[in-house]
Each structure stands twice: as structure tokens, then as C-alpha cells.
Design a binder for this molecule. Structure first.
Ligand SMILES: Cc1cc2nc3c(=O)[nH]c(=O)nc-3n(C[C@H](O)[C@H](O)[C@H](O)COP(=O)(O)OP(=O)(O)OC[C@H]3O[C@@H](n4cnc5c(N)ncnc54)[C@H](O)[C@@H]3O)c2cc1C
Length: 325
């Protein structure tokens, strides 16, 4: 069965990080399941069509149209549908970003396909694709398989690993002629998301998050310094956001952002299930909390029981020494 990777965004020739990850995951799955990896280069991602081949696609189908100039979910779902129609029965991987959350259900409906959202893994088991996703606010993992031949999986950022690009890798690139009607949603305003040191929270290899235990906005400066020293980003619990200590775009969790960095440092965060739902897929979790019974220690790989006011300054001093800052 073929695997379709839906792609948008990217920077010229380079597919977006999310698309590179999905292509890597698709390539590995295709080795087990057989079939081709078909990239859908939609809108501006048309420029990255050959880049998609280098990152693992066997074939890329381009759909570009003025209706795709804005991130209009209906237009993108229609464009993705055109590509899926060419692919036959397939597993369709959609990036789990904001547009993906809007496109995936629309696309699944158009394809009359089963949909699994928020996938942390897709595996080939017993002759079928099996998706793993967190349920009950991250307290448990569910394994799901669609009953339909074509199935759509919305995959979280960093759930799959990109491959090293192979420059000059051979593959077919074909532009499809489509007639898309403009969607029913009108873009009213565009706002640039605030990033620290150019690293988006979702893409950061290191996330340093603070919670209510920090006691105010000032200690977040220390977290910002750590993030800057290691090229990471600052996250927060809902409690810290609600207290007005940091802006909502930093919130990690069920109703915030999902992150899966190499290193997640939770400072003064209790580890409520709604918070854990957004960070439990991090490769290494370090928790600093003065309460040894705090639930965050159940998911942490390294736990420091102590007052952050004592632990963090020593940590920052050591980090500055290592970094020569
Ligand atoms: C529908 C719903 C959705 C939600 N979505 C989210 C979400 O997306 N993200 C999210 O984060 N929450 C979410 N929540 C809220 C969640 O349930 C918790 O209330 C919240 O995560 C608690 O934040 P906290 O850990 O910072 O605060 P607390 O639970 O108050 O924990 C503070 C921690 O700091 C420790 N501490 C205190 N002082 C110090 C110190 N000096 N040094 C070290 N440690 C210290 C304490 O021991 C404690 O463990 C949601 C809740 C609901 C109902």
C-alpha cells in the first residue's frame, strides 16, 4: 500500500521540518509494508518538490493554485484529496500542526477514510498500520487501526525521524492541474508568532518550562537564559500562563502546544495529566520540584528534589562555564 505525505510550508527547496519527519517515517514504513512514498507538495511547498524526493519520496505530485496562497483548510483539503485520488488505497500522513488539525478531518471525510489524530507513532504490525496516540489526557496510550483501506494519520511534531537527505536521489515530480474554489473562510489578519532566539517552541531541541512553583514572572528570566545558552525555548504550565507570568503561546499541554524535544526541563511544575499530555514524548525529562511526591517525577527520567531558587542558579553557573558565556 502506498504512503502519502501531505506537505505544505518549507523554505524554498527545503521541505518543512514536519514534512521531512513524515517522509522519514513513511520511508521506514514503506520498507516494511511495500508500496511507494508519494509526496503531496501543496501551495508554496511546490518549490520543495525535489527536496521531498531527497528526503525519501519516490514520487511527488504538485498542486499549486491561488486558493492555496493563504492557509485555507478547505482549499488544502481539496488539494490533498486530488493527490490522494491518484495514490489509490493509502496511508495518508498529515503534519500535526494547526493547519493539519483542520485539514485532516476534512480530508478523511472526503476520502471516507478512518482518521487517527495526535499520533505519536505509526507502525506496521500484522499486515496493517497501527497508530499509537495518548488518551485520557496522556494517562494511557491507545493503539488504533482503521477499518478502511485508506486511512489518515495526523502525526505530532517530532514523532518521526527525518532521514539524511540524498542529493540527486531519483524520483518523479509531476504537477497536477486542478480547479479549486476559494474556501468559505476569509483571512482577516496575520500576526507573526513571537519566538525566542528564532527557535519555535515546537521545534526546539531543548524546552525549559516553568510552572506555578516559580512564584512570579521574574524567575522566567532565568529560564530564558538557560534556553538561550542551549539554543532552546521556554515553555510554561497553564497555571503560569493564567497567572499572567508568560504569554499563552508558551503553554505546553493538552490545551497548549505538544512538544517532544531531546530534553525537557520542568521547573516548579506538578505534572498534572493535562500538562504531561503535551510533553511526555520528550526524549529526556528532567524535573525540579521541592515536593518529592509531585506526579511529574513519575514521567521524569532525572528528578531533582529541591527548591528551584537553590538548584537553578548553580545549574546556570555551570552551564555558563561549559558554554564559555
Ligand atoms: C480541560 C483542562 C485543560 C488543561 N490544559 C492544560 C495545559 O494544556 N497545560 C497545563 O500545564 N495545564 C493544563 N491544565 C491545568 C492542569 O490541570 C494543572 O492545573 C496545571 O498544569 C498546574 O500547573 P503547575 O504544575 O504549574 O501548578 P501546580 O499544580 O500548582 O504545581 C506547582 C508545583 O511547583 C512546586 N513548587 C512550588 N514551589 C517550588 C519551588 N520553590 N521550587 C521547586 N518546586 C516548587 C510544587 O511542589 C508543585 O508541584 C488543564 C486543566 C483542565 C481542566
Amino acid at each position: 500500500m502506498n504512503i502519502v505525505v501531505i506537505g505544505w510550508g518549507g523554505d524554498g527547496h527545503a521541505p518543512s521540518a514536519a514534512v521531512r519527519e513524515l517522509l522519514g517515517g513513511a520511508r521506514r514504513l514503506a520498507q516494511q509494508s511495500g508500496g511507494q512514498v508519494i509526496g503531496a507538495a501543496l501551495g508554496g511547498a511546490a518549490k520543495a518538490a525535489t527536496g521531498m524526493i531527497e528526503y525519501g519520496a519516490d514520487r511527488v505530485l504538485i498542486v499549486d493554485h491561488p486558493a492555496l496562497a493563504e492557509l485555507d483548510a478547505e482549499a488544502y483539503a481539496a488539494a490533498a484529496h486530488v493527490v490522494c485520488d491518484q495514490a489509490g488505497d493509502a496511508l495518508v500522513l498529515v503534519p500535526g500542526d494547526r493547519l493539519g488539525w483542520e485539514v485532516a478531518p476534512r480530508l478523511a471525510h472526503r476520502l471516507a477514510a478512518g482518521l487517527v489524530t495526535d499520533c505519536l507513532a505509526v507502525d506496521w504490525e500484522g499486515g496493517r498500520f497501527v497508530m499509537t496516540k495518548p488518551v485520557y489526557g496522556g494517562k494511557a496510550m491507545a493503539k488504533l487501526a482503521a477499518r478502511t483501506a485508506t486511512q489518515v494519520a495526523l502525526v505530532r511534531a517530532r514523532a518521526m525521524e527525518p532521514l539524511e537527505p540524498q542529493t540527486g536521489r531519483a524520483g518523479d515530480v509531476e504537477a497536477l492541474n486542478v480547479n479549486l474554489s476559494p474556501g468559505r473562510v476569509k483571512l482577516l489578519e496575520r500576526k507573526q508568532e513571537e519566538t525566542q532566539g528564532q527557535v519555535r517552541l515546537e521545534d526546539a531541541p531543548v524546552v525549559v518550562s516553568g510552572g506555578r512553583g516559580l512564584g512570579g514572572p521574574e524567575p522566567f528570566r532565568m529560564l530564558e537564559e538557560i534556553a538561550q545558552l542551549v539554543g532552546g525555548a521556554v515553555g510554561a504550565s497553564l497555571a503560569a500562563v493564567d497567572a499572567g507570568w508568560i504569554s499563552p503561546q508558551h503553554q505546553v499541554g493538552q490545551t497548549g502546544k505538544s512538544v517532544a524535544p531531546d530534553l525537557y526541563i520542568a521547573v516548579g511544575i506538578s505534572g498534572a495529566s493535562q500538562h504531561v499530555a503535551g510533553m511526555s514524548n520528550s526524549k529526556t525529562i528532567v524535573a525540579i520540584n521541592k515536593d518529592p511526591e509531585a506526579p511529574i517525577f513519575r514521567v521524569a527520567h532525572i528528578g531533582v528534589v529541591g527548591d528551584y531558587k537553590e538548584v537553578l542558579p548553580a545549574f546556570v553557573a555551570e552551564l555558563r562555564k561549559i558554554k564559555g558565556a
